[in-house]
Design a protein around this ligand. Structure first.
Ligand SMILES: Cc1ncc(COP(=O)(O)O)c(C=O)c1O
Length: 385
């Protein structure tokens, strides 16, 4: 079972005292070991491209780059952060449903592989390019997506990619482009999925779709990008993704598709960044209101918005106080009734108590509404060992 908290209580206390609260702290050790474990489980044909959106902290990016990671970017800001790593060509990808011309121009200048989300990306790149450019085509599949928490948006209408049924027409149109050639596919169809069998079933469906397109349109595929979506536990008792099973299953899938001799790409964000981070905040006050005990914290959805977006809370513990059974509603300091971080059973909290939220290395500070109410932005502490 993977620990839900990157640091023990004593370290959380030391970090809070040294850096003040609220703050985020990231463990290099946990980030390193998570990356190595995933890498070791995967077949050599799989390229690991860290999804920068999960956490763009420069030390985290450098840590993964040193381990050979590639990077999945989704904005000009992320391209800049990864550009600062000065990686060799071929290690950066650029996805996103609304790429502006300046972003495409930058991607082209940096030699970044674009995941084209529709005709506009292809046509704009073609107009900008002066020599041959290989891109991947992002497809919004028609098959059922295992996606319960609204990150990707299910099987219905989608802003992402080209709807599967529109792909033949798009391929025909793209054949007339001067410089741009579609040489890969990208399908992102899972989110926070901890069941290896479910992920493998989705990836199997993607490979079957790729085979159909390859056969029907003589599409040359150098890459098939399977997206992110590798899950992590957020609640005590939740199991972790079985990496051995997942890696073995991917090897089996590759063996089942001998027609495909290119590279598979995985773009995990949450799996690689989540476990290394904690968010530390103190209790400001306790309010008993009509039968509900509120613990009002130094930070709320301005620092962790995931519970509001997905209805799923981060794991939390009261540092140095052990287990407890008093039900608290955790509220933040914002002037909105939406500012809640969850309902949890903890020891009876008091003002000044320190809370640690685990798995907060992904979709934590960088996803939150940090500017709302102009509270200070919490610092991030990189703990090298
Ligand atoms: C294109 C793309 N790749 C990868 C990811 C990372 O997903 P996850 O953090 O679930 O692995 C996302 C997340 O939204 C994404 O949009």
């Amino acid at each position: 079972m993977t620990p839900l908290f990157a640091f023990d209580d004593a370290t959380c206390r030391d970090l809070a005292e040294a850096h003040g609260t609220p703050c985020f702290a990231y463990s290099a050790t946990v980030a390193l070991s998570g990356f190595r474990a995933l890498r070791a489980a995967l077949p050599a044909r799989v390229r690991l491209a860290y999804a920068v959106k999960a956490n763009p902290h420069p030390d985290l990016l450098r840590t993964f780059a040193n381990l050979g990671a590639s990077f999945d970017c989704a904005s000009i800001g992320e391209l800049d952060r990864v550009g600062a790593l000065e990686l060799p060509p071929g290690r950066t990808f650029f996805a996103g449903p609304g790429k502006r011309e300046a972003e495409l121009a930058k991607a082209l200048a940096l030699g970044v592989r674009v995941q084209a989300e529709g005709w506009e990306d292809l046509a704009r790149l073609d107009a900008l390019a002066t020599e041959p450019v290989a891109v991947n085509l992002r497809v919004h599949p028609a098959f059922d997506l295992d996606e319960g928490n609204r990150i990707i948006g299910g099987t219905g209408p989608s802003a992402f990619g080209v709807d599967e049924e529109e792909v033949p027409a798009l391929l025909a149109r793209a054949a007339a482009l001067r410089h741009v050639r579609i040489r890969g596919l990208h399908v992102f169809a899972a989110s926070n999925q901890r069941e290896a069998a479910t992920l493998l079933a989705i990836h199997g469906a993607v490979l079957a779709l790729a085979k159909r397109l390859h056969e029907a349109h003589a599409l040359i595929l150098e890459q098939i990008d399977l997206g992110g979506g590798l899950g992590i536990p957020y609640a005590p008792g939740e199991t972790s993704l079985d990496l051995v099973r997942f890696g073995q299953g991917l090897s089996d899938l590759v063996a089942d598709h001998p027609w495909f001799t290119g590279e598979l790409i995985l773009e995990p964000g949450r799996f690689l960044a989540g476990p290394c981070g904690v968010y530390l905040a103190r209790v400001v006050r306790i309010k008993e209101s009509r039968g509900t005990r509120f613990a009002i914290l130094e930070g709320g959805i301005n620092h962790l918005i995931r519970p509001l977006l997905t209805g799923q809370a981060f794991p939390v513990q009261a540092v140095g106080k052990g287990e407890g059974e008093v039900l608290h509603t955790l509220a933040g300091p914002l002037c909105t009734g939406l500012d809640r971080l969850g309902e949890v059973r903890l020891p009876a909290l008091a003002p000044g108590d320190l809370l640690a939220f685990g798995q907060a290395g992904a979709y934590g500070r960088n996803e939150a509404m940090t500017h709302f109410l102009s509270h200070p932005v919490p610092p991030e502490v990189w703990v090298a060992n």
